[in-house]
Design a protein around this ligand. Sequence first.
Ligand SMILES: *[C@@H]1O[C@H](CO)[C@@H](O)[C@H](O)[C@H]1NC(C)=O
Ligand SMILES: *[C@@H]1O[C@H](CO)[C@@H](O)[C@H](O)[C@H]1NC(C)=O
Length: 248
Amino acid sequence: MSTQLFHVVTAIAFLLVTSHAGDHHEGMQRIPGKPGLNELPAREGKPGLKADPGLQAGPPGPPSSMRGPPGKDGLHGPQGPRGERGEKGERGQPGQPGLPVSRDPELQETLKGFKHQIARLEGVLALDGNIKAFGKKMFATNGQEVDFETTLEACKQAGGSIASPRNKGENDAVFSIVRLFNRYAYLGIKRGAIPGKFSFLDGTAVNYTNLHAGEPSDIGEENCMEMCTDGAWNSTSCNQNRLTICEF
Ligand SMILES: *[C@@H]1O[C@H](CO)[C@@H](O)[C@H](O)[C@H]1NC(C)=O
Ligand SMILES: *[C@@H]1O[C@H](CO)[C@@H](O)[C@H](O)[C@H]1NC(C)=O
């Protein structure tokens, strides 16, 4: 019997005895009980439960000569700042050449459409007499009569330049407009680059002329060239109002 159980038994016995004693008649004399048996010497108990491991880590062991296994990869860190722009790479190989326009059916169809539309517009404008084509050139007027400088500006604004006939065909084309409007027109021919000589505005020499007899006259202020209503050229001053005719 363990010591603990023995204590419990004696404690219960003590309780029973005292309560029992309280129940009975007061006057009764108590008879002392027999002395208890002497306690048996305690025997050695069972081994106790295993204790929890201690909290404190033990002292580090001697350094091992063998390398341990590699640890696991850590978590990904946050993205770093953007680096500086690298140097420009070398030029790549050229791509495959496209189909030549002459063999591209879609492009051919588009061009045909453009040509047809332009031809119709040219027809309408030509009927009006406002435009006249010769060779690769097209001459046109806006019907305005202004001085030489303003004529240059108006033609430039329209994407062309002042009419400068370089052969009979081109001269006839300009003349047809002059005749229709019955107005003189300035030509892109001016005296200046070579003293006393007339030349085209780009400086090239005049290799075709349709001058009036006795022209150009050598009067100092006549530095511009006009086409008269008969188609012949006449040197004159640059500040008169003349029909604007441009070439494109
Ligand atoms: C004058 O030269 C131009 C080329 O600069 C040419 O287009 C033009 O037909 C020539 N005129 C004559 C009459 O030869
Ligand atoms: C040629 O220009 C001069 C000076 O402007 C003028 O006097 C003369 O009448 C012009 N000739 C013709 C045929 O218009």
